[in-house]
Design a protein around this ligand. Structure first.
Ligand SMILES: [Zn+2]
Length: 77
């Protein structure tokens, strides 16, 4: 009976390939995280603004929801 534990020999090129793969993966993950954050920011922005029709020229424009007293677009103010 063989008692030796066989340790798989990892060749250096495999390590390099593994590192590159890991690096590529982390870049992909960073990009995905950034895109995800941008999507959240875009959604928050779109949820925090509202469309208002200018009472002077009738043009629609966006204002923050906190600015609910605005009734005129920036051009007519
Ligand atoms: Zn206007």
């Amino acid at each position: 009976m063989k008692n030796e534990i066989e340790i798989p020999v990892i060749r250096e090129e495999n390590l390099v390939a593994a590192n590159m793969r890991r690096e590529k993966y982390s870049i992909t993950r960073d990009v995905q995280a950034r895109e995800f954050n941008e999507a959240i920011v875009a959604r928050l922005l779109s949820e925090s603004v509202m469309k208002i029709k200018c009472e002077t020229c009738g043009r629609e424009f966006s204002v923050p929801k906190t600015e609910d007293t605005i009734t005129k677009c920036p051009d007519c103010r």
